[in-house]
Ligand binder design. Sequence first.
Ligand SMILES: *Cc1c(COP(=O)(O)O)cnc(C)c1O
Length: 407
Amino acid sequence: MNLSFNVEKIRQDFPILSKKINNKPLIYFDNAATSQTPICVIDCIKDYYEKYNSNIHRGVHSLSDEATSAYEDARNKVKDHFNIKYSEEVIFTSGTTHSINIVSNGFSKILTKDDEIIVSGLEHHSNIVPWQMMIESSGAKLKVIPLMENGELDMDEFANILSLKTKVVFLNHVSNALGLINPIEKIINMSHEKGAYVLIDGAQSAAHFKIDLQKLNVDFFTASAHKLCGPTGVGFLYGKKELLHRMEPLMGGGEMISDVTFSKTTYADLPHKFEAGTPNISGVIAFGRALDYLNEIGLEKIENYENDLLDYANSKLKQIEGLKIYGESKNKTSVISFNIEGIHSYDIGALLDKFGIAVRTGQHCAQPIMDHFGVDGTVRASFSFINTFQEIDDLFEALKKVKSMLS
Ligand SMILES: *Cc1c(COP(=O)(O)O)cnc(C)c1O
């Protein structure tokens, strides 16, 4: 157990943790859906509106300068945190879904009907639907990396479906439904050998460990601020410069142009070409502050502590008879997806709420994974560094009560 990690002190940074739910202290085990927000990030948003609320990149006045430089500082924070080479390779978006749509839209104009794209069977709907839409417009074919029995990707099958026809491979770094960590280094290298580009959806992974994008040599990467202690409605897309130059923007409007007449518009340079309209300025600045916060604690410490929580939760939950865990592997983040025999996942989640415990139930935006396991949903408890071992004991006791009440 990790005694050097002062979780009680960290918990004081999160005002929401003093809230009561159904007269019980809130136990928040839905971190994979959205993380809670520390006071420094909340203050950062408040500060913006109180002290320098102004539109960016346009004004000649001082407030606008201040807002612009805070916004561009945040871009540099993302660049440094993920070890990206050029700041113009960081595009602020409304989140992972928006980022993926930028790439799928860009490629829909580049691909032809002889091309193939590959997605994994472990995907969030946001990494399936945009590609299906893209296929309809380009005629390219979609191939899927199948899952092995425990939910891990079948890498032999990946090697089989990967070919010189493959143009793009899309997959998440960590599955949101199961917490499985995919072997992305291997997938990126194998794909590059065939000349295919790779987009990694890092919405789940970025909160748990440090990611070095230059070392990974990945072509596109995306994450959402609200899963990284930041605000909702903000995220970023990283793309290699030469690829971003080749792609058409998803949205047209102000900020993204260099010259407009009614006959022709030329696009602005990167990253502005992909940032049409007034962005979520306070959100972007607060996203930068959230990354600072995570780095002040240290992602390595966070990772170790969360692994300890996961081990502990695994050993506790397995003591409950009839409880089945999906996606067991040693390569996992702190997520446990489970069912209890004879009880519907929704009923478990609704009763846990009576005990003040927040979990997610259902398909977790990943219906193909549920189909793979032959279930219509699971209960997902996702732990983060704000959780305690005591809370896992409380979950264990609550689940025993739920079981005796419902079975
Ligand atoms: C949450 C999530 C998304 C979607 O993120 P948004 O912020 O809702 O756009 C996509 N992929 C994965 C793996 C996720 O966990």
